[in-house]
Design a protein around this ligand. Structure first.
Ligand code: NDP
Length: 491
């Protein structure tokens, strides 16, 4: 056990938590110098490219295609052909076989995908290995099971596929968001054009290799890379019947405006500013772990992150002290080190955004705490941060920071906790920590959030629907609910 040094900022700090480095080898990953777009089961040469880098050291990894409008249209045409050419009328049990195959291949190649995810996105390898990859495979397994049971999922409603789904995903869970989008779409008999985020295209491009290995018919899944212009071209395309978008509220709103009146189906999974609510009868140590997982998991690049901690006043002091102490034991650094808890910030742009909001928090009068930690010189890094003395009106209590930054507020009664928790334009998730089951249910009924975790946080399961209220979007992903956006019904 490390010696405790109690001199740092009032919080007891373990003196030496040095771990020997445990780097994961990158030998398993083969990155091409240049990638095109995956269209109709073939690689289409990209007319323009940009460079993707690793946020851990800013090293260039590959040249990535920047899809033009014409290239997006060729992907949509390939998806349309595959839809008409047999995929939409294939029996569900046959579609399921492909999904099962994809799931198994992801499991077999999990290490390769995990290393690539951490290299390109900056998340710790223990998270890509133990969370992203198992959950991505589980999603394909789960929706494979539904493919031949749609009539039972929606009895007497004659479920039929929608057509071509355009899917736009963010950079925080690149492969997992792909799985959330692609698996239900295929299970329901749709074909897909997917655009990964500009900064994290590599696992989606490797996934094309899995599609070939699984012998998925050409054109059923097409992948075009590029920045927001490519996403916009996909949204505009007349050949797309449905758009599924995960990302910022700002872009989500723009897409909704653009699609109004077009007849295209739309689901939006947008930002969040979740309240993680701690009552004084909670199991304190377990709660501290849950708070840490809630906000520092994936560097806080999580739409449902527990970024507003609401603590019952009577336990505020011991809880904050324990939390600060726990922060000193978090290891920040190389995402490919198996000991790392907090990896690299995904991009220079995101780092700027975090810095800007943290500076605003300090200016508005909140008190900042960051544990002593040495950040690598190259790459994008931000120390785990806790703000206390936060008023509800401060930007750090209102805006999504999407970084490892926690704002702590207090409450006295359950009613006040509900009032404060719901005082946000968002409504994606919430957490409740208490010993009382009745209080959990009372809170869950009143919190305007799509997901409410009790005595845990950031738990995901393909069988459980996920999605928001208010400015966090609409539509659900996961579970039986996640099939509905990819179906139309004769009623
Ligand atoms: P965006 O909403 O810009 O990105 C999400 C996806 O949409 C990306 O693939 C992006 O491409 C694409 N896109 C961008 N502009 C358009 C457009 N006009 N039409 C169609 N698609 C478009 O999020 P950012 O990456 O810019 O992050 C900004 C902020 O959004 C973050 O700081 C965070 O607060 C929030 N965010 C929330 C997420 C969530 O899960 N709720 C996920 C990611 C971000 P490209 O990558 O090339 O920009």
């Amino acid at each position: 056990m490390a010696e405790i040094d109690t001199t740092q900022g009032g919080a007891a700090v373990p003196g030496d938590w040095t771990y020997a480095s445990a780097p994961e080898s990158t030998d398993i990953v083969r990155i091409a110098e240049r990638y095109g777009h995956y269209v109709g089961g073939e690689w289409l040469e990209a007319s323009e490219t940009y460079e993707t880098i690793s946020p851990r050291d800013e090293a260039p990894l590959a040249a990535i295609g920047q899809a033009t409008k014409a290239e997006v249209e060729s992907a949509v045409a390939a998806a349309r052909n595959a839809y008409a050419d047999g995929w939409s009328s294939l029996p569900g049990s046959e579609r399921a076989k492909y999904l099962f195959r994809i799931a198994r291949i992801l499991q077999e190649r999990a290490r390769e995908f995990a290393v690539l995810e951490s290299l390109n996105g900056g998340k710790p390898i223990n998270e890509s290995r133990d969370v992203d990859l198992p959950l991505a495979a589980a999603h394909f397994f789960y929706y494979a099971g539904w493919a031949d049971k749609l009539e039972y999922a929606f009895p007497n409603r004659r479920p039929r596929p929608v057509g071509v789904a355009g899917q736009i995903i963010p950079w925080n869970f690149p492969l997992l968001m792909l799985a959330w989008k692609v698996a239900p779409a295929l299970a329901c008999g749709n074909t897909v054009v997917l655009k990964p985020a500009e900064t994290t295209p590599l696992t989606a491009l490797l996934f094309c290799d899995v599609l070939r290995q699984a012998e998925l018919p050409a054109g059923v899944v097409n992948i075009v890379t590029g920045d927001g212009r490519t996403g916009a071209a996909l949204v505009e395309s007349d050949g797309v019947d449905k758009i599924a978008f995960t990302g910022s509220t700002e872009v989500g709103k723009a897409i909704q405006r653009q699609l109004a009146g077009s007849g295209k189906k739309l689901t939006l999974e947008l930002g969040g500013k979740a309240a993680n609510i701690v009552f004084d009868d909670c199991a304190l140590d377990q709660t501290v772990e849950g708070i840490v997982n809630g906000i520092y998991f994936n560097q806080g690049h999580v739409c449902c992150a527990g970024s507003r901690l609401l603590v019952q006043e009577s336990i505020y002091e011991p809880l904050v002290e324990k939390l600060k102490r726990r922060l000193t034991t978090l290891r920040v650094g190389d995402p490919l080190d198996k000991n790392t808890d907090v990896g690299a910030i995904n991009s220079a742009m995101q780092l700027e955004k975090i810095k800007e909001l943290v500076a605003a928090g300090e200016e508005e009068g909140a008190e900042i705490y960051q544990p002593p930690c040495v950040l690598p010189e190259k790459g994008y890094w931000f120390a785990p941060t806790v703000f206390t003395n936060v008023a509800q009106s401060y930007r750090i209590a209102q805006e999504e920071i999407f970084g490892p930054v926690l704002s702590v507020l207090t409450f006295r009664t359950p009613d006040e906790a509900v009032e404060k928790a719901n005082n946000t334009p968002y409504g994606l998730s919430a957490g409740v920590w208490t010993e009382k089951g009745s209080r959990i249910l009372w809170m869950a009924q009143r919190l305007r959030a799509g997901v409410v975790w009790a005595n845990t946080y950031n738990r995901f399961d393909p069988t459980s629907p996920f999605g928001g209220y208010k400015e966090s979007g609409f539509g659900r992903e996961g579970g039986r609910h996640g099939l509905e956006p990819y179906l139309r019904f004769d009623e």
